[in-house]
Write a protein of this length. Structure first.
Length: 146
């Protein structure tokens, strides 16, 4: 066992949340510089036989940028682009895990993608437009057991 469970992930989330709150207090006042984004965590919620999750797509970050989903259950992922003018993308390229997603989300629009995570592990997602990923538009999809 490698501890990849929803309960374990949530425990870690609480801890990360507390650490992030402290870090935020320390960082208030210099928020205009190019600080690295703090981790933000989302957990997909089971609704019938699918799990629903939402990610806001921005310039140049995802919110949350760490999403926990269950293995073997269809994920309905709602991607919402909150920027006024810039289109963004959500890409996962992990053919070794039978996981390939590529969605374009126009400015101010919402796109829903569905997929089934078939393998446990952590997979990077990113925006493949221009240099958005380099500027911070990356995140991690964490696939756990029930
Ligand atoms: Cu982008």
């Amino acid at each position: 066992m490698n501890g990849l469970t929803v309960a374990g992930a949530k425990r870690r989330v609480r801890w990360v949340g507390a650490a992030a709150a402290v870090a935020t207090l320390v960082l208030v006042g210099c928020a205009t510089s190019g600080l690295e984004r703090l981790p933000s965590l989302g957990v997909a919620e089971l609704s019938g036989n699918v799990q629903v999750a939402r990610i806001k797509v921005n310039s140049h970050f995802f919110e949350p940028n760490r999403l926990i989903v269950q293995v073997g259950v269809t994920v309905r992922l709602v991607l919402k682009n909150e920027t006024l003018l810039a289109g963004h993308a959500f890409v996962v390229f992990a053919p070794e895990a039978d996981l390939e997603i590529s969605a374009y989300v126009p400015a101010r629009q919402q796109v829903t993608v569905q997929f089934v995570p078939r393998q446990l592990g952590e997979f990077t997602f990113y925006c493949n437009i221009d240099d958005h990923a380099e500027r911070g538009a990356t995140g991690t999809l964490v696939v756990v057991e029930e």
